[in-house]
Ligand binder design. Structure first.
Ligand code: GDP
Ligand code: MG
Length: 438
């Protein structure tokens, strides 16, 4: 996606006369890319119309900053679409609030309930968890396990089959115990069906939640709008949490969820663990959606995973787009060992998708590493592909016991990856996640 948008905008720059047709072509290309990121068709159309209103053709024709004008228009539109105009309900300490979680089965409700509770616990709240999922066998055990791990009080039953009854009992109990954040986990079904929505309506009616959070799996694609709307029609959804943002999905469905529920996204889930949970921040999210690389998030992650004395150097290299083969080698190594660097690189557009060690690609990674093992230090530290002439390639092939075609393939892979990194060059390191071109 990032590549396509960058390409589309780049093409625009090469056109000397910017007319309606050139702008349309550019926008169409961006439309296709956003659709691939699961942004809904209706929303993309809306964005297209708005951008045409904002982008003044005369400005484009006169100025040299075409790229910047278009980029900023798209960026601004997407940010606007993620802002429903009113903040979500925020629980207050020492005053009981009830927060109910809804969403389809597998969306990540139970996991996210605990993350949400844990997050607030660390901020000084007294959270508690209520399991009102009587549909799925093992639902209570799962919640119990999570809650125990996080040392959060919980309530549920192995025998009671009425979710409304359990929800009410749990809320009552924890109100008496002076908990200030009572979280009600509910059941889901694989499909959106009438009985599920009726159940949600009843649980909400009985527990009178201050906030209903719709939990959505980032990978559900174009189904996001209908799903979010269906929940909104039965309960007063007031916030959205997008889960599994650590996967391949760019999360364009978030725009649909916001549009359908008229509620803001408040958190994103970035892994199965309790602390893989982040406050939603519009700008880095849109940067990622557009494939521009979340450099501000990157800085934070770097601080976690890279020793302090190496951080500056790595950031400098990445921001300059000086991406050597050794850096690729190091990345491969960290991908293979599944270290936290995975998360780091998943923020860089286009990289993670190519680097995921799945099936054949893991074998490929190993193959490329074998080839690189036969390179000299000088070769590894260079980023100049022209230096790899025929005799050098032959030497590397012989040294690694591989054939010339495989060495060429590795070099091509490097070329592609270096190109993606150089696309980041244009962006200054933002302090606040802002997108700014050089
Ligand atoms: P529920 O049916 O909506 O309650 O969903 P669960 O909380 O049981 O989650 C379903 C699966 O998704 C579980 O295997 C979770 O570990 C996993 N999961 C939930 N959130 C995330 C996330 O942010 N990232 C990843 N990778 N997995 C998640
Ligand atoms: Mg569950």
């Amino acid at each position: 996606l990032g590549g396509r948008i960058t390409h589309a905008i780049h093409q625009m720059r090469n056109v000397t006369i910017i007319d309606e047709k050139a702008l349309n072509e550019c926008l169409n290309e961006i439309t296709r890319a956003l659709l691939q990121s699961d942004v809904s068709f209706a929303l993309v159309k809306e964005m297209q119309t708005n951008i045409k209103k904002i982008v003044n053709l005369q400005d484009l024709a006169a100025g040299h900053n075409k790229r910047r004008i278009i980029e900023q228009a798209i960026f601004g539109e997407l940010c606007k679409m993620l802002d429903p105009g009113k903040p979500a309900f925020a629980p207050k300490k020492a005053k009981p609030s009830v927060v109910m979680f809804v969403g389809l089965q597998g969306a990540g409700k139970t996991t996210t309930c605990t993350k949400y509770a844990y997050y607030h616990q660390r901020k000084g709240y007294k959270p508690a968890l209520v399991c009102a999922d009587t549909f799925r066998a093992g639902a209570f055990d799962q919640l119990k396990q999570n809650a125990t791990k996080a040392k959060i009080p919980f309530y549920g039953s192995y025998t009671e089959s009425d979710p409304v009854k359990i929800a009410v009992e749990g809320v009552d109990r924890f109100e008496k115990e002076n908990c200030d954040l009572i979280i009600v986990d509910t059941s889901g079904r694989h499909k959106q069906e009438a009985s599920l929505f009726e159940e949600m309506r009843q649980v909400a009616e009985a527990t009178k939640p201050d906030l209903v959070i719709f939990v959505m799996d980032s990978s559900i694609g174009q189904a996001a709008f209908d799903q979010a709307q269906a929940f909104k029609q039965s309960v007063a959804v007031g916030a959205v949490i997008i889960t599994k943002m650590d996967g391949h999905a760019k999360g364009g469905g978030a725009l649909s969820a916001v549009a359908a529920t008229k509620s803001p996204v408040i958190f994103i889930g970035t892994g199965e663990h309790m602390d893989q949970f982040e406050v939603f921040d519009v700008k880095p999210f849109v940067n990622r959606l557009l494939g521009m690389g979340d450099l501000s998030g990157l800085v934070d992650k770097l601080q976690e995973v890279v020793p302090k004395d190496q951080q500056a150097e790595i950031m400098e290299k990445i921001s300059k787009g000086n991406f050597s083969m050794r850096m690729m080698y190091d990345q491969y190594q960290s991908v293979l060992s599944s270290g936290p660097l995975n998360q780091l690189y998943s923020m860089l557009p286009g990289v993670s998708a190519q680097m995921m060690p799945e099936g054949e690609s893991e074998a490929k990674i190993k193959l490329y590493m074998t080839v690189m093992d036969s390179m000299t230090n000088e070769e590894l530290d260079s980023s100049n592909l022209k230096a790899f002439n025929e005799s050098r390639i032959m030497r590397i092939a012989r040294g690694s016991g591989r054939i010339v075609r495989e060495v060429m393939e590795m070099l091509e892979e490097y070329r592609k990856m270096a190109k993606r990194f150089s696309n980041l060059k244009r962006f200054k390191m933002p302090k606040n996640g802002d997108m700014s071109s050089n």
